[in-house]
Design a protein around this ligand. Structure first.
Ligand SMILES: Cc1cc2nc3c(=O)[nH]c(=O)nc-3n(C[C@H](O)[C@H](O)[C@H](O)COP(=O)(O)OP(=O)(O)OC[C@H]3O[C@@H](n4cnc5c(N)ncnc54)[C@H](O)[C@@H]3O)c2cc1C
Length: 459
């Protein structure tokens, strides 16, 4: 197998015979050496297609590695499995300013694509903490969300064209730049959010937006969850389509971020129950700032918010958003941590988070509970710090967080995906028939079960 692989991609593009352990299984907070048969680095779609034809013929299991930033164990491997890394397919192929598109290979780091678009005064509106490591192929395969979903949608909404290699090596290429295309099934959707279980994404055409000329921000303190919802409505009405961020942080999370050991500069005192980070992207610097200032003033007068600060400079703006963007540093405050990204209808989030905190505080192995999230999207994250990482403890914490999801028709994963870690809970947000249809699709496209086996569902 190794010799055959070397013939396809060249000796320099295969790590085997112990050299594969020079890479990590899953870089996010682990430094365990990779366990795998080998790591293969194809340089083109055609090479990847030939590799997959061989793997299909040999029934060789394959795990796809992008930037390895997923939080659901999706890139874990076993010794018998082959890793395909997209690291070497990292070219930005084209920026078409007239069509407002960027065409990139799957191994391009997301931030490089964002920067390349920005150089042409265009915006690729994806933004999240791992953008400096996540690859476009991973981002598309997890249908990533982030901080601006409220205005621009998930990754899915930005993909116009896509190329993928099926488990049997067939290349499915539709690198179109058009917005409307109802000519039959929209096949690219099969691969977006499929976590690499149905095909390997090799190229993507993203739709770009005009780069906003102004960015205004504020942070407000609120004491009652109902008022958080009122504030969302107030901002949406007042900012007429330019509201791009409305991020909620619970007091305990804000305190932890602005006190030692995190020590980020606190723009507001830490005695409010909720903190909302607000962002508006527009086209008129002074008018946009004035509009936001007026709206915050009105919210204070109407007693929707208790307190508020507007960023008066780019430095202040960066300093405020750092508190939100760097929140994952809180995972370092305990020996072990567990991450959640659930979806719930916006009106029940306040009571549901209170319920979860109350129950979690009764578990003596839970040390830290940090809720925060994209409340305008109905998406809440928890970072939970704990003393132990046994399966019983993981399950006890999961049981509390997921307890009311089915009742509220929520989701066990708003954006991170299912991977291996959340598989047991898929049925809390999907019906048996839906899961059966997922299985049918998987069997149809990957009858030998060689591509990312065991992710999302087991056959
Ligand atoms: C600090 C931090 C903050 C984060 N914030 C957010 C956030 O706000 N929103 C959000 O949605 N996510 C967030 N994430 C999760 C993560 O960054 C995303 O899921 C990201 O999109 C994964 O990209 P990746 O290249 O690292 O993929 P990987 O971790 O390498 O892979 C993820 C999955 O995609 C598959 N895959 C990778 N490349 C391909 C490909 N080319 N073709 C087919 N399958 C492939 C893998 O097999 C795996 O199943 C965060 C993660 C961290 C560490």
């Amino acid at each position: 197998m190794i010799v055959a692989l070397e013939k396809i991609v060249g000796q320099n593009n295969v790590l085997a015979h112990g050299k594969e352990t020079s890479r990590f299984t899953h870089i996010w907070k682990t430094d365990l050496p990779l366990q795998a048969l080998a790591v293969v680095f194809p340089s083109s779609t055609e090479e990847l297609s030939t590799v997959m034809k061989l793997c299909n013929q040999e029934k060789q299991e394959v795990i796809v590695h992008g930037g390895l930033t997923n939080l659901v164990g999706a890139t874990q491997t076993e010794k018998k499995q082959l890793v395909i890394s997209l690291d070497k397919m990292n070219q930005i192929e084209e920026i078409d300013e007239k069509s407002r598109t960027i065409t990139v290979q799957a191994g391009v780091i997301l931030e490089n694509a964002i920067d390349a678009a920005a150089d042409k005064n265009l915006l690729l509106p994806l933004s999240f903490g791992a953008k400096g490591s996540a690859q476009v192929g991973g981002v598309v395969s997890t249908n990533a969300g982030g901080l601006r979903v409220f205005r621009y949608g998930m990754t899915r909404q930005m993909v116009l064209g896509l190329e993928a290699v099926l488990p049997d090596g067939t290349i499915i290429s539709s690198l179109k730049k058009i917005i409307k295309d109802n000519s039959g099934y929209d096949l690219k959707q099969l691969f977006i959010g499929a976590e690499g279980t149905l095909g390997i994404v090799t190229k993507v055409v993203f739709r770009l937006q005009e780069k906003p000329q102004s960015r205004s921000s504020a942070i407000v303190g609120i004491n009652d969850y109902e008022r958080v919802i009122q504030m969302l409505k107030h901002m949406e009405k007042g900012l007429a389509g330019t509201l791009t961020g409305f991020e909620l942080m619970w007091q305990r999370t804000y305190k932890a971020m602005t006190q030692s050991p995190s020590g980020y500069t606190a723009p507001l005192p830490n005695h409010y129950r909720y903190y909302v980070f607000i962002e508006s992207l527009g086209s008129d610097t002074s008018n946009d700032f004035n509009r936001l200032e007026t709206l915050i003033g009105e919210a204070l007068e109407l007693e929707i918010v208790e307190d508020g600060v507007l960023a008066q400079s780019e430095r202040e703006l960066q300093s405020i958003w750092k508190i939100r963007e760097d929140v994952s540093v809180l995972a370092d405050q305990a020996q072990y941590d567990q991450h959640f990204d659930i979806s719930l209808p916006i009106p029940v989030i306040g009571e549901e988070v209170d319920r979860a905190i109350e129950k979690l505080e009764q578990l003596d192995f839970v040390e830290k509970i940090f809720p925060f999230g994209h409340v305008a999207d109905g998406n809440i994250h928890f970072i939970i710090g704990k003393k132990d990482n046994s399966p019983e403890i993981i399950e006890a914490i999961n049981a509390i967080i997921y307890a009311e999801l089915a009742k509220h028709k929520g989701s066990v994963s708003a954006e991170h995906g299912i991977g291996l870690d959340k598989k047991a809970y898929l049925s809390t947000s999907r019906t048996a028939n839906e899961i059966a249809l997922m299985g049918l699709l998987k069997k149809t496209l990957d009858p030998k079960g060689i591509l990312n086996p065991g992710r999302i569902i087991s056959l």
